[in-house]
Design a binder for this molecule. Structure first.
Ligand code: RFL
Ligand code: PHB
Length: 386
């Protein structure tokens, strides 16, 4: 088989890149390890930056997002019984939009399928030759090979693409946090019209949502905890203890329809290119979810790679592809910094001394009272420019 770009991974990065390339007449084939149903069953991100929304618009995949997404112009932070709001509009003329990653993935699959996009699901034994370049894989016991001009490694943190770069040609930077997030999805109205990020003496909590009848809540938990150990009642009771009384009292509880634990990690691989292989999204970097930056940073990678591939196919110009890794990484590190800062500010750490907790409180108090500090948070939260 032949195509312009072989795309490893049918998550949001791979799908969005494939659809954008299609609009410009550049062909691609997506190889996905799982079934489509499995990819669509994953509950993940919910907060979208304008950069990602602009790309979805360019890809022709934003009708449902525009009809069903919720515009948020601010967010609430709480510590102990205190709470304050950061109003993005005070600092930058840009909201975020609440719309589930699952829905984006569904919309992108529908668009790719309507355009006759080529996929292979349930692939195994993917081997990338970054110099040929080519990709071989097995499906249903048969081995197949794709000849291509470029390979986009969009296969997430556990994929094969990053590991294809020889160890002496890449450097990895990692911080693993000593806790995870236990998340539930429930068919209940959100506790508040905006997201609430809570720092409490029992640990972090986040109140988020998907729509007026579907809520997403998270609590900081032990990194080795087991979601099955948590009954719904135990989850709601713990969440309430971490919120100021006015929010705890307003919380509507109900049965969970999903419950899982995500570990928290900061990770960056440098460079994001090797030969004709380009890494995109979680394949190259991970952020702890506190800043809502994972999917959004994957989207900025897709933007830079898409621009580079366009320049090559439209003008034969390789310079933008050559600059891909350094351009993408410059923005990645800023998202890493913001996610690390917000995680450090809002969580309880096992080795935290009384002094460290005083520092968190002083920083939260500074953020509450300083427009300059709020401006720094707002521009990062809504998303730095590409
Ligand atoms: P994905 O989504 O992991 O997709 C990679 C795909 O590659 C497939 N794959 C392979 N395919 C072929 N061959 C192989 N060898 C393969 N190995 C893997 C996988 O099956 C999968 O389908 O990576 P991608 O596309 O880069 O997208 C990244 C985002 O999914 C991720 O960054 C976000 O979900 C992170 N995230 C959030 N990001 C935000 O921007 N805003 C948020 O509000 C937000 N909240 C979150 C999050 C992530 C969370 N978890 C569970 C880690 C909340 C949570 C709880
Ligand atoms: C979510 O709704 O899943 C969500 C929202 C904000 C975050 C992380 C996750 O920071």
């Amino acid at each position: 088989m032949k195509t312009h770009v072989a795309i490893i991974g049918g998550g949001p990065s791979g799908l969005l890149l494939s659809q954008l390339l299609h609009i410009r007449g550049i062909s691609s084939i997506i190889l996905e390890r799982q079934s489509k149903a499995h990819v669509l069953s994953r509950i993940r991100a919910g907060v979208l930056e304008q950069g990602l929304i602009g790309l979805l618009r360019e890809a022709g995949v934003c009708d449902r997002l525009e009809a069903e997404g919720f515009r948020h112009d601010g967010t609430v932070l709480t510590f102990d019984e205190q709470s304050f709001r950061v109003d993005f509009k005070d600092f930058i003329d840009q909201p975020v939009v609440v719309y589930g990653q699952t829905e984006i993935t569904r919309d992108l699959y529908a668009a790719r399928e309507a355009a006759g996009g080529r996929f292979e699901f349930n692939v195994e034994d993917v081997v990338i030759d970054p110099h040929g370049p080519s990709v071989s894989y097995a499906v249903g016991g048969e081995t197949r090979v794709i000849e291509c001009d470029f390979v986009a490694g969009c296969d997430g943190f556990h994929g094969v693409s990053r590991k294809t770069i020889p160890q002496d040609k890449r450097q990895e930077f990692e911080k693993v946090y000593p806790f995870g997030w236990l998340g539930i999805l429930s068919e209940t109205p959100p506790v508040h019209e905006e997201l609430i990020y809570a720092n409490s003496e029992r640990g972090f909590a986040l109140c988020s949502m998907r729509n007026n009848a579907l809520s997403r809540y998270y609590i900081q938990c032990d990194a080795n905890d087991d979601a099955a150990r948590w009954s719904d009642d135990a989850f709601w009771a713990e969440l309430k203890k971490r919120l100021p009384a006015k929010f705890a009292d307003a919380l509507v509880t109900g049965p969970s329809i999903e419950k899982s634990i995500a570990p928290l990690r900061s990770f960056v691989c440098e460079p994001m290119q090797y030969g004709k292989l380009f890494l995109c999204g979680d394949a190259a970097h991970i952020v702890p979810p506190t800043g809502a930056k994972g999917l959004n940073t994957a989207a900025s990678d897709v933007h830079y790679l898409y621009q580079g591939l366009r320049a090559f196919y439209q003008r034969g110009d390789m310079s933008e592809l050559d600059a891909y890794s350094s351009k993408a990484l410059a923005r990645v590190w800023k998202a890493e910094r913001f996610s690390w800062w917000f995680t450090s500010l809002m969580h309880r750490f096992p080795d935290q001394a009384a002094f460290d907790i005083k520092m968190q409180k002083a920083e939260l108090e500074f953020l509450r009272s300083s427009p300059a500090a709020q401006a720094a948070m707002a521009v990062n939260y809504v998303g730095l420019p590409y």
